[in-house]
Design a protein around this ligand. Structure first.
Ligand SMILES: [Zn+2]
Length: 430
């Protein structure tokens, strides 16, 4: 696409505040070709007029389960095990058709909140990948491995087949990346954890896993193996040189486990809203993880436990949760949580993560011409503590304009919402 952004304000580095005011950005095909006050394009397909727009790299959701949008608000105010029983009863009915519809709704919601990509963790990821490619956002397709579950649908054998399809399908789109996702060190046996690790190494792809989400899970692991979950993973050599690991939650980890994650330069995908709502009470030790060398990135978890995919809301919940729990308003400053939402994941996974001439064009435009974002004493402060997903004006991923002036261009918003309204009641019937 040929896109001209005019008179925008560019936030290049969260720690340095605004780097450039009143500049133009030119996008041609999938790349940024000019940035500057005189940058121009003779006949752009789209012009984004940006006097009140702040531009920054789009956030990437480090941990979610996209098709679970179908279960938003279905079961609330329950402890994890009771909640899971409610959810699994319906998820057992999820065929490819439901997974596709749930993912369409998720993509629509993500784009409207300015999210440029997701690391998903589910089953039938090849179906999810097709929708992500159509929606135009970047996807890491974490093919779920949980041999004890979905036995009626073929269990491990069908999960490995889905993984093979993912490996094949990602070659069809530059937006898609394969990944493997064994459920957790307490629900997947050692043999299959190591099988997943070896598949990740063989295909040179990342591996994702849930760990230390609840205190019960930690106690169960200690009873069975004598050590807590992350230490258990280290004990069986789950972390491999050359493989990128995305460990979700880590809400109940010890300092020793913080050091393990730091030593392996693993990514911790923490999900503060889900933790608060399901009342796990554990707070991921973000300052210690950052200091130890782990990569911290924000995730929403699935919409059945959040209940949205809005990473702006998540950012505010997360930063306040850490300050509140630690009695220290300076322990996790706004610049750091903005970095962990809009930069860390990109820097870890994408070779061209920054908004710069020659790089792939990924950017989100936030409209500051609105009461709750004025006055602007500090752009970073307003983005972290006051902005919402609905303030996103436009979104560009890989040079394609996916939303302009809040109109989604890559998906048919009306059609998807109509389908959700008419079809989802059937899913809930016995
Ligand atoms: Zn999860």
């Amino acid at each position: 696409m040929e896109i001209l952004l005019k008179d925008i304000t560019l936030l290049v580095d969260p720690h340095k505040g605004v780097a450039k005011k009143r500049v133009n950005i030119v996008i041609e095909d999938d790349r940024i070709t000019q940035i500057g006050s005189n940058a121009k394009l003779p006949s752009p397909e789209y012009v984004i007029d940006g006097k009140s727009l702040i531009i920054l790299p789009p956030a990437i959701n480090s941990h979610t389960h996209l098709p679970m949008t179908l279960l938003r608000g279905y079961s609330d105010n329950k402890v994890l095990n009771e909640w899971l029983n409610d959810i699994w009863a319906i998820e057992g009915k999820f065929n490819a058709k439901w997974i596709e519809l749930g993912t369409k709704l998720a993509c629509l919601e993500a784009i409207k909140a300015g999210t440029g990509g997701v690391f998903d963790f589910y089953f039938q990821e090849s179906v999810i990948g097709r929708v992500l490619a159509q929606a135009g956002i970047r996807g890491w397709l974490g093919a779920g491995l949980l041999p004890s579950a979905f036995v009626d649908q073929g269990g491990l054998e069908s999960q490995l087949k889905d993984f093979e399809r993912v490996i094949r399908d990602v070659k069809t789109s530059s937006l898609l990346n394969a990944a493997i996702a064994p459920h957790s060190p307490t629900t997947v046996e050692e043999e299959h954890l190591l099988q997943a690790r070896d598949l990740a190494a063989k295909h040179k792809i990342p591996i994702s896993i849930h760990a230390s989400e609840t205190r019960k899970e930690v106690l169960d692991c200690e009873e069975k193996h004598g050590v807590p979950p992350v230490e258990r993973l280290d004990q069986i050599d789950f972390f491999q040189e050359g493989t990128k690991e995305v460990v979700a939650h880590c809400a109940w980890i010890t300092q020793r486990e913080v050091e393990i994650l730091g030593k392996h330069h693993a990514m911790v995908a923490w999900c503060p809203t889900s933790a608060q709502k399901l009342a796990y009470s554990g707070v991921t030790p973000i300052p210690e993880l950052r200091k130890a060398g782990a990569v911290v990135a924000l995730g929403t978890d699935g919409t059945a436990s959040n209940n949205t995919l809005d990473l702006w809301r998540e950012m505010r919940e997360g930063v306040n949760m850490v300050s509140f729990a630690r009695w220290d308003p300076a322990i996790y400053p706004a610049e750091e949580v903005l970095e962990d939402t809009h930069w860390s994941f990109r820097n870890y996974f994408l070779p061209e993560s920054q908004i710069a001439v020659g790089n792939k064009a990924d950017l989100v435009a936030v409209n500051f011409h609105t009461p709750h974002l004025q006055p602007i004493h500090n752009v970073v402060s307003n983005l972290v503590y006051a902005a919402n997903g609905s303030d996103v004006h436009s979104l560009v991923v890989n040079g394609t304009l996916l939303m302009h002036k809040r109109n989604v261009l890559s998906l048919d918003e009306k059609k998807i919402l109509d389908e959700i309204e008419t079809k989802v009641p059937d899913l809930m019937k016995d």
